[in-house]
Design a protein around this ligand. Structure first.
Ligand SMILES: Nc1ncnc2c1ncn2[C@@H]1O[C@H](COP(=O)(O)OP(=O)(O)OP(=O)(O)O)[C@@H](O)[C@H]1O
Length: 532
């Protein structure tokens, strides 16, 4: 046996070459950060007698606790499970096997009931119990009071379903793959355990990285992180262009770094950033990050986080199969958590399809609906930057306070457009998909898909800017003859979340949906403009 290796493997013949990755994770494991049973792995610091007892207990426990609610293990499973606090039991089950078994069965039953109540589905071995309430962060995991105080200050009384399950998974040192509806509190589900695991600010370098697909989302996540960390001295930094250009990262104090993939890749390439001590890596909006355009950058970052005990987690409201496949290649012993049905829209959004006939018809329908009842704030999505500018020019003169955001604008202009909308200075924001994901516009009453979305996932994320955190919202999608071919795909999403869909649409043939971006006539009610 190799020197310094955990004696959990004593007596086991272990092919280190074949299982090099798995082996490396045990070698320098840092899994116990002082909040529970994971401490058992820090055997160097403990009395050998205590450790031997605790290892005997752990081995027995692993044999008992096995709960795979959804019925299959998605990711590579290992027996090296760090069990949460409450699953440790000091009683000697050899003397009282039936009592022990009964208790375990009762716990499993309770967990299953709680999960059922909140539509939580888990797969992966030994998934920890879901949280009953935020107080359990303290009783089960020894959460610091500053965090509980911040939760209370933000008015968060109960954990949302994804928080109930993903927080214990991450706190127990397991990797996590999570899919939950838009606006259901996924940010807190990864920020809270990250802050708890990191415990204090340190000068050891970057210990956590959160990747987001857009700058706007990265900036919002930084804000959320800081709000949650208030009262602790964590250094939380957003990777900006200036930071990449000017910062001396060897001197920069930073515990948590939030970035888009490209910026972080550039910083790594310039040998400016050392990610070898990263303990937590979050890929937010993971399906977007795993699309072809960003995959290389993600790969680069994942490799740079070379610490063998890094805990990776993936979060999104949509979970296509290809992402699961890719995740399988990088994740280890992960627990998969799905809230509700996979790839459905939030059920607090009332969704409607409106036939607008033609491009001109869309503009007339929009003007008419604004004239009848404009209930701001309203977010309007269009297909591309050109169309965003065209629609902006049209609405600018309608006495509507309107803004526009797309990726051709300077960063400052993008920020201003979003901030103005958030602050109520503009009532209507015209946008491309650059703000379709993750952005938390609290009071958006209505999302209008002026142009049909290019995928079902895009639809779910776009309309998910309304109806957040349990509020109700409305989503209107215009379509023309150009969109009829893919209408059924959106109709399926609508039907799955309980919205009414005309039967003729549900009778349309199912088509495999490739990126739907038809050529569209310019947006204008002025015939001369259209002739140009
Ligand atoms: N436990 C809670 N109770 C009440 N509100 C909460 C709770 N957790 C988070 N929220 C609020 O819910 C809103 C949505 O949260 P968040 O932005 O994390 O959603 P999300 O699931 O990441 O959405 P998306 O898929 O669109 O990115 C935020 O305004 C957040 O402050």
């Amino acid at each position: 046996m190799e020197k310094g290796t955990s004696f959990l493997f004593a007596g086991i013949s272990f092919d280190k070459k074949k299982f090099a990755n798995d082996f490396a994770r045990f070698k320098d494991t840092k899994q116990g950060n002082g909040d529970g049973p994971t401490d058992d792995f820090n055997i160097g610091k403990r009395d050998p007698e205590d450790v031997a007892v605790s290892v005997r207990k752990r081995k027995r426990k692993i044999a008992y606790v096995s709960e795979v609610v959804e019925g299959f293990n998605v990711f590579k499973s290992s027996k090296s499970v760090s069990l949460p606090f409450e699953e440790q039991n000091d009683q000697d089950e050899e003397n009282q096997p039936s009592r022990k078994k009964k208790e375990l069965n009762k716990q499993i039953e309770q967990d299953a009931l709680l999960r059922k109540k909140h539509h939580i589905h888990v797969s992966g071995s030994n998934s920890p119990s879901p949280l009953q309430n935020f107080a359990e962060l303290s009783s089960r995991y020894g959460c610091d009071s500053y965090l509980l105080h911040n939760l209370a200050e933000l008015g968060f009384k109960e954990p949302t379903p994804i928080q109930r399950q993903a927080i214990p998974v991450l706190l127990s040192g397991r990797e996590c793959f999570a899919c939950a509806p838009t606006g259901s509190g996924k940010t807190l589900a990864f920020v809270c355990p990250m802050l708890m695991k990191l415990k204090h600010a340190s000068k050891d370098g970057i210990r956590a990285v959160i990747l987001c697909p857009t700058r706007e989302l990265a900036s919002q996540t930084t804000r959320e992180c800081k709000r949650m960390a208030k009262g602790n001295k964590f250094r939380i930094k957003l990777m900006t262009k200036e930071l990449v250009r000017n910062a001396d990262f060897s001197k920069l104090l930073c515990d948590i770094l939030i970035s888009t993939p490209l910026r972080l890749q550039l910083a790594i390439c310039k040998k400016k950033v050392d990610l070898s001590r990263v303990e937590h890596l979050v890929l937010d909006e993971s399906d977007k990050l795993f699309e072809l355009g960003m995959l290389k950058q993600i790969d680069y970052v994942v490799k740079a986080c070379s610490n063998t005990s890094v805990i990776r987690s993936l979060f999104s409201a949509t979970l296509p199969d290809f992402v699961e496949e890719l995740a399988r290649t990088i994740m280890h012993d992960a627990v998969r958590v799905v809230v509700g049905r996979k790839n459905t829209a939030s059920d607090t959004i009332n969704q409607k399809l409106v036939y607008a006939g033609s491009e001109e018809g869309k503009l007339l329908a929009l003007r008419q609906s604004f004239a009848e009842s404009l209930n701001p704030p309203v977010l309007i999505f269009v297909q591309n930057k050109k169309r965003a500018n065209e629609l902006y020019e049209e609405l600018k003169f309608d006495s509507i306070r309107v803004g526009v955001v797309h990726s051709d604008l300077a960063q400052k202009q993008r920020e201003n457009a979003v901030d103005d909308f958030r602050a109520g200075n503009t009532w209507v924001l015209i946008a491309t998909d650059v703000v379709a994901r993750g952005l938390d516009f609290k009071g958006v009453n209505c999302v209008i898909n002026f142009d049909f979305p290019d995928s079902a996932a895009a639809y779910i994320h776009r309309i998910g800017r309304s109806g957040r955190a349990g509020r109700t919202g409305e989503a209107i999608t215009f379509y023309t003859e150009d969109d009829v071919l893919v209408l059924r795909n959106i109709a399926n999403v609508m039907a799955a979340s309980g919205c009414e869909v005309p039967s003729w649409i549900m009778a349309l043939p199912k088509v495999k949906w490739r990126r739907h971006r038809p050529e569209r006539e310019s947006i204008s009610t002025n015939p001369e403009d259209q002739e140009e």
